[in-house]
Design a protein around this ligand. Structure first.
Ligand SMILES: [Zn+2]
Ligand SMILES: [Zn+2]
Length: 318
């Protein structure tokens, strides 16, 4: 079970030569998601060799241009590439109208199903779920309706303790799936062997919380508590904290405060204002409050893997 996050862009507002607006490509527990789709996202996907065919679900936080102006371009390219698979888009109410109007007036016809899942709740809701992953909204406070997204792995199967199993010759390979599902084993003489003796717990489920754009909002802490990875916008440094209330953005220090309160594993910063030339200052500021922090930068890949205990590794080798 693992998370691999590729930052495609992480600056605010206007695209510049080395500053791409927000977009991220997330791989979690064998699923892939595109999060936000600022202008130029499809070029960044090409640059970092991410297959377009892997993208079936796109999550848009809000309808400011730096988070979705790349969407119509990407959808249009999918059409030109003769895509047949359905595409699901999750985003604020209104996104369907915007995209469909652009498709209609450009006389574009798609051969694939384009499904919009429009959001308007002020409360957190479960918006996606399959066998591997679930996604919940994180209601944020910005100048317009905005959601972050919490991606969580689902509990997997229990892992077989091969050493213990081999000590019980009555257990056959055809019994393994029942053991993985948590069932006890009943011997021919009627004696029961507890599942806990024959298996290990499934690995810890990992989670990723994506929060952009928002004013400092400690109310989200309970929702994102103990996430392994947190992306939190840091448009400003603390010297410009007076701008945060009006623009509804956060400083690096505020992002670090949220990371600390939520006890996350690692904090990723991003959405830097173009007024700052040296983004290393964001890391320095955040580090005074929360130690494990990294700068979001286009092309950076951040991974988290479940630590499997030694005993389990040995069991797998037998
Ligand atoms: Zn933005
Ligand atoms: Zn915004």
């Amino acid at each position: 079970m693992s998370i691999k996050l590729t930052i495609l862009g992480c600056h605010s507002a206007t695209p510049r030569t080395f500053a791409h607006p927000t977009s991220q490509y997330l791989e979690i527990n064998n699923r892939s998601f595109l999060i936000d789709c600022g202008e130029g996202t499809q070029v960044q996907l090409r640059k970092y060799k991410i297959k377009f065919s892997k993208i079936d679900h796109i999550f848009i936080s809000h309808l400011h241009g730096d988070h979705f102006f790349g969407l119509i371009g990407l959808i249009s390219t999918f059409g030109l590439l003769n895509r047949q698979k359905d595409l699901h888009i999750f985003g604020p109410k209104g996104i369907k109208e915007i995209i469909n109007l652009q498709l209609k007036l450009s006389n574009s016809w798609l051969k694939f199903g384009l499904h919009f899942h429009e959001l308007e709740s002020a409360k957190s809701e479960l918006i996606f779920e399959d066998e591997n992953v679930e996604v919940q909204t994180i209601p944020l406070e910005h100048r317009i309706y905005t959601n972050g997204f919490l991606f969580k792995e689902k509990i997997g199967e229990r892992k077989l303790n091969i050493i213990a199993i081999k000590q019980n010759p009555e257990i056959e390979i055809c019994d393994y799936q029942n053991l993985k599902n948590g069932k006890d084993f009943t011997k021919k003489d009627g004696k029961i062997i507890d599942n806990e003796i024959l298996t290990f717990n499934s690995p810890k489920q990992l989670s990723y919380a994506y929060c952009s754009d928002t004013v400092y909002k400690p109310e989200i802490v309970s929702l994102i508590k103990n996430s392994d990875l947190l992306y939190h916008e840091s448009t400003f440094l603390d010297d410009k904290i007076d701008l945060t209330e009006h623009t509804k953005h956060s400083t690096a220090k505020q992002a670090a405060k949220i990371a600390k309160l939520a006890n996350v594993g690692k904090l990723i910063l991003g959405h830097y204002s173009s007024r700052y030339n040296d983004i290393s200052l964001f890391k320095e500021e955040a580090k005074t409050t929360f130690e494990n922090v990294t700068l979001g930068e286009a092309g950076k890949i951040i991974t988290v893997e479940t630590v499997v205990n030694k005993e389990l590794v040995i069991a797998h080798q037998n």
